[in-house]
Structure formats: C-alpha cells, structure tokens
Write a protein that binds this ligand. Structure first.
Ligand SMILES: Nc1ncnc2c1ncn2[C@@H]1O[C@H](COP(=O)(O)OP(=O)(O)O)[C@@H](O)[C@H]1O
Ligand SMILES: [Mg+2]
Length: 226
C-alpha cells in the first residue's frame, strides 16, 4: 500500500485556477449538460470511465465533483478504481482506509469518508488494493453500500478503472444511474471508443455522453475539456 502523499501524482484540480478560467467554465458546462440531459430521471449517481488508462477519468471525476459541490449539492467522490486508485492523491489524503475496508471488514462509513477543503464535497478513497476487485464490486456488500450512500448524499461520483481492460467499470455502470465516457483526444482508437460506448449503452444506467479531454486548441498551449 502506498501511504505517501505525493504531490506529483495530484490530478489537476480547477481549484488551483481562477473561477472564471476557461477550464473551470468548461467543467461547469459539462455539469449543465448532465443536468439537462435527462429531465425525466433524477441522476444521483454517475460513473466516469474511459476505454484505456490515462485518458483523464480521475481528473474529470474530481473536477466534476468540485463543480457540483460548488452548486451546493452534497457530493461524495468515491474511488472505485480498486486497481490504480488516485483520488487520495488529488485531495491530499492518505489512503489507509476506504471502500475495500467497508466491503470486506464492515468498517463504519464515518471512519472512511472524509470531508475535503471544498464545502459540500466528501471523498471515499479506495482503501487497500484487493486481490479481487471485480468480485468486491459485484458483491451484495457493494449494493448495500450504494444504498446507504444514496440516501446520505445528493450526488455520488464514481472514479473507475478502464472499461476495456477489466469488467469493474461495467459492474459499476449497472449500479449507477448514469455513465460518462472520457476520451483522450487523439489517443483513443475509434474502434475502442465504439466498443466502450457499446458497453456503457448496454448497462442499466443511462449513458450521458462523452467528455473529450486533452483537446489542443490552436494558438493556446494549455488543455481544454469539452
Ligand atoms: N486535460 C488535461 N490536461 C493536462 N493533463 C491532464 C489532463 N487530463 C489528465 N491529465 C493528466 O494526465 C494524467 C492521467 O490523468 P488521469 O485523470 O489520472 O487519467 P485516468 O484516471 O483515466 O488514468 C494525470 O497526470 C493528469 O494530471
Ligand atoms: Mg484514474
């Protein structure tokens, strides 16, 4: 288990940018799009995934959690990437206990969930990496955990492993109300995107759409998110 607080591994959070920055604005646009995408269902749990590693799932999940919390919603960001968890890095936590301790050791929620520097935003880190992540996520204990969290928070955001490598993300897509696919611009093959989209569409949750990450804009050298 990695107990170090590693600054280098911190995901880029919009909290380090001015509120009126283009990037912050783009995350707010995604928030609005999510809210308007399904007027008929109340979306209370969203899983964020991608085809392959390093496409920006964790960055997107963390920043969306921040913009929803800024709107006054009581939000919980949950690290269900039980293979390569990073939520603790982004929010400067030590990942001693988390999801896996709740599922395996029945650790009380209040001993694992932590507030953040952001009002209304709480995080639940992964906990120690287990040998059997898929099995844990598909367990009855996970369903019970979802049920409890659903009643305690207004929005649950799940960071997940890549869709095409393991079944974890698909399992989560069947536990959540909605799903989002992050695509790293210029990195992901079209076939992979199609396959991932198909997997999310066949799950019981509503597939909300894609977030295009790392899109380079002419004349600007920094990063943009649509
Ligand atoms: N739009 C972006 N611009 C610049 N760096 C980014 C962007 N999105 C992600 N990164 C960086 O790329 C790396 C992988 O991103 P991450 O969100 O951890 O991906 P994943 O969770 O899909 O593996 C991290 O170091 C992150 O800070
Ligand atoms: Mg990640």
């Amino acid at each position: 288990m990695d107990l170090t607080r590693n600054k280098k591994k911190t995901r880029k959070l919009i909290s380090n940018l001015p509120a009126n920055s283009l990037i912050s604005e783009q995350y707010r646009t995604i928030r609005t799009n999510i809210q308007f995408s399904s007027p008929d269902i109340d979306i209370r749990s969203i899983m964020i995934s991608s085809s392959s590693p390093e496409e920006g799932k964790s960055t997107t999940a963390a920043n969306l959690a921040i913009v929803f919390a800024q709107q006054g919603k009581k939000v919980l960001l949950i690290d269900t990437d039980l293979r390569k968890p990073t939520v603790h890095y982004s929010f400067n936590r030590i990942n001693v206990v988390g999801v896996t301790n709740i599922l395996v050791n029945r650790l009380p929620l209040n001993e694992a969930i932590e507030p953040t520097d952001f009002e209304n935003l709480y995080v639940l880190t992964s906990g120690p990496i287990p040998p059997n992540p898929s099995e844990l996520l598909a367990s009855q204990a996970m369903k019970q955990l979802m049920n409890v969290l659903y009643h305690e928070y207004e929005l649950l955001i799940f960071d997940t492993p890549p869709l095409l490598a393991v079944t974890d993300a698909q399992i989560l897509a069947n536990l959540c109300d909605a799903s989002i696919l992050v695509i790293s611009s210029g990195k992901t093959e079209f076939n992979e995107v199609k396959k991932s989209k198909g997997l999310l569409e066949s799950a019981s949750s509503k597939f909300l759409g894609v977030v295009l990450n790392n899109r380079k804009m002419k004349k600007h050298s920094s990063y943009y998110i649509y």
